[in-house]
Ligand binder design. Sequence first.
Ligand code: NAP
Length: 301
Amino acid sequence: MKVAITGPDGLLGTELVRECIAAGATVDPLLESECDVTDADALRRRLGRVSPELVIHAAAYTDVDGAEADPDRAYAVNAFGTFHVCRSAAAVGARVVYVSTDFVFDGSLGRPYATDDEPRPLQVYGRTKLAGELYVQGHPPGGIVVRTGSLFGPGGAGFPDRLCARAAEGGSLTVVNDRWCSPTYAPDLAKAVVALAGKADSGVFHLTNVGSVTWSDYALRLMDGLGLEVEVLPVSAKEYASPAPRPARVELDRSAAEGLGVAMRPWDEALAEYLDRCGDRLRRSAGREPDTPSNDGVTGE
Ligand SMILES: NC(=O)c1ccc[n+]([C@@H]2O[C@H](COP(=O)([O-])OP(=O)(O)OC[C@H]3O[C@@H](n4cnc5c(N)ncnc54)[C@H](OP(=O)(O)O)[C@@H]3O)[C@@H](O)[C@H]2O)c1
Protein backbone atom coordinates (compact mmCIF):
# COMPACT_ATOMS: atom_id res chain seq x y z
CA MET A 1 0.00 0.00 0.00
CA LYS A 2 1.12 3.56 -0.77
CA VAL A 3 0.74 5.95 2.18
CA ALA A 4 1.40 9.70 2.17
CA ILE A 5 2.16 11.20 5.60
CA THR A 6 1.99 14.90 6.45
CA GLY A 7 4.18 16.16 9.29
CA PRO A 8 6.62 13.24 8.84
CA ASP A 9 9.33 14.92 10.93
CA GLY A 10 7.05 15.77 13.87
CA LEU A 11 6.81 13.99 17.23
CA LEU A 12 4.11 11.61 15.97
CA GLY A 13 4.91 11.74 12.24
CA THR A 14 8.40 10.28 12.80
CA GLU A 15 6.80 7.23 14.41
CA LEU A 16 4.07 6.97 11.77
CA VAL A 17 6.69 6.80 9.02
CA ARG A 18 8.58 4.10 10.93
CA GLU A 19 5.41 2.11 11.66
CA CYS A 20 4.07 2.25 8.09
CA ILE A 21 7.41 1.08 6.68
CA ALA A 22 7.47 -1.72 9.28
CA ALA A 23 3.97 -2.71 8.10
CA GLY A 24 5.28 -3.02 4.53
CA ALA A 25 3.83 0.21 3.11
CA THR A 26 5.57 2.50 0.64
CA VAL A 27 5.71 5.88 2.35
CA ASP A 28 5.74 9.33 0.79
CA PRO A 29 6.73 11.79 3.53
CA LEU A 30 5.20 15.21 2.80
CA LEU A 31 7.69 17.54 4.45
CA GLU A 32 6.49 21.09 5.04
CA SER A 33 9.43 22.43 3.01
CA GLU A 34 8.24 20.45 -0.05
CA CYS A 35 4.49 20.43 0.48
CA ASP A 36 2.97 23.03 2.79
CA VAL A 37 -0.61 21.97 3.61
CA THR A 38 -1.77 25.57 3.20
CA ASP A 39 -0.73 25.36 -0.47
CA ALA A 40 -3.64 23.60 -2.20
CA ASP A 41 -1.87 23.42 -5.59
CA ALA A 42 1.31 21.89 -4.17
CA LEU A 43 -0.75 19.26 -2.36
CA ARG A 44 -2.83 18.43 -5.44
CA ARG A 45 0.30 18.06 -7.59
CA ARG A 46 2.12 15.93 -5.04
CA LEU A 47 -0.77 13.55 -4.29
CA GLY A 48 -1.61 13.42 -8.00
CA ARG A 49 1.94 12.29 -8.77
CA VAL A 50 2.20 9.75 -5.93
CA SER A 51 -1.41 8.52 -5.98
CA PRO A 52 -1.50 7.12 -2.43
CA GLU A 53 -4.34 4.91 -1.21
CA LEU A 54 -4.13 6.46 2.25
CA VAL A 55 -3.10 9.88 3.58
CA ILE A 56 -2.22 10.08 7.27
CA HIS A 57 -2.52 13.76 8.15
CA ALA A 58 -0.37 14.46 11.22
CA ALA A 59 0.85 17.95 10.27
CA ALA A 60 -0.56 20.70 12.45
CA TYR A 61 0.06 24.03 14.06
CA THR A 62 0.49 22.61 17.57
CA ASP A 63 1.46 25.68 19.61
CA VAL A 64 -1.63 25.98 21.83
CA ASP A 65 -0.68 29.37 23.30
CA GLY A 66 0.70 30.62 19.97
CA ALA A 67 -2.69 29.96 18.35
CA GLU A 68 -4.30 32.54 20.65
CA ALA A 69 -1.86 35.17 19.37
CA ASP A 70 -2.00 34.06 15.72
CA PRO A 71 -5.42 32.50 15.06
CA ASP A 72 -5.15 33.17 11.31
CA ARG A 73 -2.09 30.93 11.04
CA ALA A 74 -3.66 28.24 13.26
CA TYR A 75 -6.84 28.18 11.13
CA ALA A 76 -4.83 28.26 7.89
CA VAL A 77 -2.88 25.13 8.86
CA ASN A 78 -5.29 23.12 11.02
CA ALA A 79 -8.64 23.92 9.43
CA PHE A 80 -8.05 24.98 5.81
CA GLY A 81 -4.89 22.85 5.52
CA THR A 82 -7.00 19.83 6.44
CA PHE A 83 -9.61 20.87 3.87
CA HIS A 84 -6.87 20.98 1.19
CA VAL A 85 -5.54 17.58 2.29
CA CYS A 86 -9.05 16.09 2.04
CA ARG A 87 -9.72 17.62 -1.40
CA SER A 88 -6.40 16.46 -2.85
CA ALA A 89 -6.87 13.00 -1.33
CA ALA A 90 -10.41 12.78 -2.74
CA ALA A 91 -9.09 13.64 -6.22
CA VAL A 92 -6.97 10.46 -6.19
CA GLY A 93 -9.50 8.34 -4.24
CA ALA A 94 -7.35 8.14 -1.10
CA ARG A 95 -8.77 7.68 2.38
CA VAL A 96 -7.66 10.12 5.09
CA VAL A 97 -6.67 9.51 8.70
CA TYR A 98 -6.59 12.78 10.66
CA VAL A 99 -4.96 13.15 14.04
CA SER A 100 -6.97 15.40 16.35
CA THR A 101 -6.88 16.29 20.02
CA ASP A 102 -8.63 15.89 23.37
CA PHE A 103 -8.64 19.72 23.44
CA VAL A 104 -11.83 19.66 21.34
CA PHE A 105 -13.55 19.01 24.70
CA ASP A 106 -13.98 21.47 27.59
CA GLY A 107 -13.31 18.96 30.36
CA SER A 108 -16.53 19.61 32.29
CA LEU A 109 -18.25 16.25 31.68
CA GLY A 110 -17.11 14.37 34.81
CA ARG A 111 -16.65 11.04 32.97
CA PRO A 112 -14.54 9.84 30.04
CA TYR A 113 -15.62 11.42 26.74
CA ALA A 114 -17.26 9.09 24.23
CA THR A 115 -16.58 9.71 20.55
CA ASP A 116 -20.07 11.18 20.09
CA ASP A 117 -20.00 13.53 23.08
CA GLU A 118 -20.39 17.12 22.01
CA PRO A 119 -17.06 18.89 21.41
CA ARG A 120 -16.77 22.31 23.05
CA PRO A 121 -13.22 23.59 22.65
CA LEU A 122 -12.09 26.28 25.08
CA GLN A 123 -9.32 27.76 22.96
CA VAL A 124 -8.38 28.66 19.36
CA TYR A 125 -6.23 25.56 18.88
CA GLY A 126 -9.12 23.23 19.77
CA ARG A 127 -11.52 25.12 17.51
CA THR A 128 -9.13 24.88 14.55
CA LYS A 129 -8.63 21.14 15.09
CA LEU A 130 -12.39 20.61 15.38
CA ALA A 131 -12.91 22.46 12.10
CA GLY A 132 -10.40 20.03 10.55
CA GLU A 133 -12.39 17.09 11.94
CA LEU A 134 -15.54 18.26 10.16
CA TYR A 135 -13.81 18.27 6.77
CA VAL A 136 -12.47 14.76 7.37
CA GLN A 137 -15.89 13.45 8.40
CA GLY A 138 -17.32 14.68 5.10
CA HIS A 139 -14.46 13.18 3.05
CA PRO A 140 -16.00 11.08 0.23
CA PRO A 141 -13.64 8.04 0.02
CA GLY A 142 -13.69 7.72 3.83
CA GLY A 143 -12.10 9.60 6.71
CA ILE A 144 -10.96 8.53 10.15
CA VAL A 145 -10.57 11.03 12.99
CA VAL A 146 -8.26 9.92 15.81
CA ARG A 147 -8.35 12.08 18.93
CA THR A 148 -5.45 11.69 21.30
CA GLY A 149 -3.87 13.15 24.46
CA SER A 150 -0.56 14.70 25.46
CA LEU A 151 2.19 13.12 23.35
CA PHE A 152 5.72 12.19 24.34
CA GLY A 153 8.33 10.23 22.45
CA PRO A 154 11.81 10.20 20.94
CA GLY A 155 10.91 12.19 17.82
CA GLY A 156 10.11 15.61 19.32
CA ALA A 157 9.67 17.91 22.26
CA GLY A 158 6.93 16.46 24.46
CA PHE A 159 6.41 17.31 28.14
CA PRO A 160 9.39 15.22 29.41
CA ASP A 161 11.76 17.07 27.09
CA ARG A 162 10.34 20.49 27.93
CA LEU A 163 10.45 19.76 31.65
CA CYS A 164 14.08 18.60 31.49
CA ALA A 165 15.02 21.73 29.56
CA ARG A 166 13.41 23.78 32.35
CA ALA A 167 15.27 21.73 34.98
CA ALA A 168 18.55 22.74 33.30
CA GLU A 169 17.79 26.37 34.15
CA GLY A 170 18.07 25.47 37.86
CA GLY A 171 15.64 26.01 40.73
CA SER A 172 12.37 24.22 41.29
CA LEU A 173 9.79 23.31 38.68
CA THR A 174 6.36 24.89 39.02
CA VAL A 175 3.72 22.53 37.62
CA VAL A 176 -0.08 22.63 37.82
CA ASN A 177 -1.78 20.12 40.11
CA ASP A 178 -5.44 20.68 39.20
CA ARG A 179 -5.27 19.79 35.52
CA TRP A 180 -5.05 16.24 34.26
CA CYS A 181 -3.67 14.67 31.12
CA SER A 182 -3.45 11.26 29.46
CA PRO A 183 0.23 10.96 28.53
CA THR A 184 0.47 9.07 25.25
CA TYR A 185 3.60 7.49 23.83
CA ALA A 186 3.98 8.42 20.15
CA PRO A 187 5.32 4.98 19.08
CA ASP A 188 2.29 3.29 20.74
CA LEU A 189 -0.09 5.75 19.08
CA ALA A 190 1.51 5.29 15.66
CA LYS A 191 1.12 1.51 15.94
CA ALA A 192 -2.53 1.91 16.94
CA VAL A 193 -3.27 4.42 14.16
CA VAL A 194 -1.84 2.08 11.52
CA ALA A 195 -3.79 -0.88 12.97
CA LEU A 196 -6.99 1.19 12.99
CA ALA A 197 -6.50 2.28 9.39
CA GLY A 198 -6.49 -1.41 8.45
CA LYS A 199 -9.76 -2.07 10.26
CA ALA A 200 -12.00 0.94 9.63
CA ASP A 201 -12.78 3.12 6.63
CA SER A 202 -14.31 6.00 8.52
CA GLY A 203 -15.43 7.20 11.94
CA VAL A 204 -14.20 8.98 15.04
CA PHE A 205 -11.92 7.09 17.44
CA HIS A 206 -10.16 7.90 20.71
CA LEU A 207 -6.65 6.58 21.25
CA THR A 208 -4.51 7.36 24.29
CA ASN A 209 -2.42 5.25 26.59
CA VAL A 210 -4.54 4.01 29.50
CA GLY A 211 -4.87 6.19 32.61
CA SER A 212 -4.55 9.84 33.47
CA VAL A 213 -2.48 11.91 35.89
CA THR A 214 -2.16 15.50 37.08
CA TRP A 215 0.65 17.44 35.40
CA SER A 216 2.46 17.84 38.72
CA ASP A 217 2.34 14.08 39.47
CA TYR A 218 3.49 13.44 35.90
CA ALA A 219 6.46 15.75 36.55
CA LEU A 220 7.25 13.97 39.82
CA ARG A 221 7.14 10.57 38.10
CA LEU A 222 9.51 11.87 35.45
CA MET A 223 12.04 13.34 37.85
CA ASP A 224 11.88 10.18 39.94
CA GLY A 225 12.23 7.88 36.91
CA LEU A 226 15.24 9.87 35.70
CA GLY A 227 16.81 9.93 39.17
CA LEU A 228 16.91 13.74 39.12
CA GLU A 229 16.69 15.56 42.41
CA VAL A 230 14.68 18.53 41.27
CA GLU A 231 11.91 19.98 43.38
CA VAL A 232 8.46 19.96 41.78
CA LEU A 233 6.24 22.72 43.17
CA PRO A 234 2.53 21.99 42.60
CA VAL A 235 0.44 25.10 41.86
CA SER A 236 -3.13 25.68 40.76
CA ALA A 237 -3.94 26.54 37.14
CA LYS A 238 -5.12 29.93 38.43
CA GLU A 239 -1.66 30.66 39.78
CA TYR A 240 0.02 29.46 36.59
CA ALA A 241 -1.74 31.55 33.98
CA SER A 242 -1.25 30.71 30.29
CA PRO A 243 -2.57 32.58 27.24
CA ALA A 244 -4.84 29.70 26.15
CA PRO A 245 -7.48 28.30 28.50
CA ARG A 246 -7.15 24.55 28.92
CA PRO A 247 -9.65 21.90 30.07
CA ALA A 248 -9.21 20.74 33.68
CA ARG A 249 -9.73 17.07 32.91
CA VAL A 250 -10.42 15.24 29.67
CA GLU A 251 -10.22 11.47 29.61
CA LEU A 252 -11.08 9.82 26.33
CA ASP A 253 -13.20 6.69 26.17
CA ARG A 254 -11.31 4.31 23.88
CA SER A 255 -14.05 1.69 23.52
CA ALA A 256 -14.75 2.37 19.81
CA ALA A 257 -11.14 1.46 18.92
CA GLU A 258 -11.00 -1.35 21.47
CA GLY A 259 -14.12 -2.84 19.87
CA LEU A 260 -12.03 -3.25 16.71
CA GLY A 261 -9.21 -4.90 18.66
CA VAL A 262 -7.03 -1.77 18.85
CA ALA A 263 -6.01 -1.38 22.49
CA MET A 264 -3.29 0.67 24.21
CA ARG A 265 -1.23 -0.12 27.31
CA PRO A 266 -1.06 1.95 30.55
CA TRP A 267 0.80 5.26 30.19
CA ASP A 268 3.29 4.51 32.99
CA GLU A 269 4.46 1.31 31.26
CA ALA A 270 5.04 3.33 28.09
CA LEU A 271 6.85 6.05 30.06
CA ALA A 272 9.17 3.45 31.62
CA GLU A 273 10.06 2.24 28.10
CA TYR A 274 10.69 5.82 26.96
CA LEU A 275 12.94 6.56 29.94
CA ASP A 276 14.88 3.34 29.29
CA ARG A 277 15.36 4.35 25.69
CA CYS A 278 15.91 8.10 25.99
CA GLY A 279 16.73 8.66 29.68
CA ASP A 280 20.36 9.59 29.00
CA ARG A 281 19.35 12.25 26.49
CA LEU A 282 16.76 13.66 28.91
CA ARG A 283 19.27 13.69 31.80
CA ARG A 284 21.77 15.50 29.58
CA SER A 285 19.18 18.09 28.56
CA ALA A 286 18.47 18.60 32.28
CA GLY A 287 22.17 19.41 32.65
CA ARG A 288 23.18 16.08 34.24
CA GLU A 289 25.80 13.63 33.03
CA PRO A 290 24.44 10.17 32.17
CA ASP A 291 25.53 7.39 34.58
CA THR A 292 26.31 4.93 31.80
CA PRO A 293 27.45 5.20 28.16
CA SER A 294 24.58 6.57 26.09
CA ASN A 295 22.18 4.41 24.12
CA ASP A 296 20.36 7.41 22.69
CA GLY A 297 19.42 7.04 19.08
CA VAL A 298 19.30 3.25 19.27
CA THR A 299 15.97 2.35 17.73
CA GLY A 300 16.40 -1.38 17.32
CA GLU A 301 15.97 -1.04 13.57
N1 NAP B 1 1.76 17.02 20.81
C1 NAP B 1 0.67 16.73 21.52
O1 NAP B 1 0.73 16.66 22.77
C2 NAP B 1 -0.64 16.45 20.82
C3 NAP B 1 -1.77 16.19 21.60
C4 NAP B 1 -2.97 15.89 20.96
C5 NAP B 1 -3.04 15.90 19.58
N2 NAP B 1 -1.93 16.18 18.85
C6 NAP B 1 -2.06 16.15 17.39
O2 NAP B 1 -1.19 15.15 16.91
C7 NAP B 1 -0.67 15.52 15.64
C8 NAP B 1 0.83 15.41 15.66
O3 NAP B 1 1.34 16.31 16.64
P1 NAP B 1 2.90 16.41 16.95
O4 NAP B 1 3.04 16.67 18.40
O5 NAP B 1 3.61 15.27 16.30
O6 NAP B 1 3.24 17.76 16.20
P2 NAP B 1 4.66 18.43 15.95
O7 NAP B 1 5.77 17.64 16.56
O8 NAP B 1 4.50 19.87 16.31
O9 NAP B 1 4.81 18.29 14.39
C9 NAP B 1 3.94 18.98 13.54
C10 NAP B 1 4.35 18.68 12.13
O10 NAP B 1 3.52 19.44 11.28
C11 NAP B 1 4.35 20.06 10.31
N3 NAP B 1 3.72 21.28 9.83
C12 NAP B 1 3.40 22.40 10.52
N4 NAP B 1 2.85 23.31 9.72
C13 NAP B 1 2.81 22.74 8.48
C14 NAP B 1 2.35 23.18 7.21
N5 NAP B 1 1.81 24.40 7.05
N6 NAP B 1 2.46 22.34 6.14
C15 NAP B 1 3.00 21.11 6.29
N7 NAP B 1 3.46 20.63 7.47
C16 NAP B 1 3.36 21.45 8.54
C17 NAP B 1 5.65 20.34 11.03
O11 NAP B 1 6.67 20.52 10.06
P3 NAP B 1 7.99 21.35 10.44
O12 NAP B 1 8.66 20.59 11.55
O13 NAP B 1 8.78 21.37 9.18
O14 NAP B 1 7.46 22.71 10.86
C18 NAP B 1 5.80 19.05 11.81
O15 NAP B 1 6.34 18.03 11.00
C19 NAP B 1 -1.20 16.93 15.36
O16 NAP B 1 -2.31 16.83 14.53
C20 NAP B 1 -1.62 17.45 16.73
O17 NAP B 1 -2.68 18.38 16.60
C21 NAP B 1 -0.73 16.45 19.44
